[in-house]
Write a protein that binds this ligand. Sequence first.
Ligand SMILES: *Cc1c(COP(=O)(O)O)cnc(C)c1O
Length: 235
Amino acid sequence: MPATIPTLATTMSDTTSRYNNILARIREAAHSAGRKPPRLLAVSKAKPASAIRELATAGQCAFGENYLQEALDKQAELADLPLEWHFIGHLQSRKCAEVAAHFDWLQSLDREKLIPRLDEARDPARGPLNVLLQVNIDDEDSKSGCTPEQIDALADAVAATDGLRLRGLMAIPAPGDAQRLRASFARLRELFERLRDRFPDVDTLSMGMSDDFPLAIAEGATLLRIGSALFGPRS
Ligand SMILES: *Cc1c(COP(=O)(O)O)cnc(C)c1O
């Protein structure tokens, strides 16, 4: 076999070079918006534990998963790493106990009946489960999430527990052009600021994904959820 000269592209894996590229784009977008760079959640649904391990080696510590069993399998394989796990998928009430037991954050709380189930199941030794309320910001029939009008009651119910700590809001806007997306992100930021006025622990606005994160940064996202732009397309 002829000897080949390794280039940077072949020595650094695709995932690691995409990661460095995304981090640079986040810094750039934050700089031009005059904002602090948001944190990055790597959305690893449908990707193997080996891909998570690789990003963890490159410096990423927070990972988001949508499906409970898939997440538990990967967590078991990666138990030697100090990772922060976020549940971001639709949460069924019968899965509350396991989410409370195995995750650090829940980003998709959208109805009141889940709250006592999560609270009872949270081990006090782990500290409270960090919670974001998911808002159906564009009022889509197909999406989970509470309405903007339901935020206050849900926030009060979370704040009344010992096992849950209210940290902010999450949303997935309806697909649209940049102007529409930006308007959705701006409405979400207003709701977030109102909530922050009422609850001092609220500090997290989770919005922005692979295709729209620069717009979300411009509108004040503090946490981005990025999957395919980091790990490649999901088959
Ligand atoms: C899959 C998913 C993401 C990431 O989407 P990409 O377009 O792959 O970046 C973010 N948030 C939620 C809730 C998701 O389900």
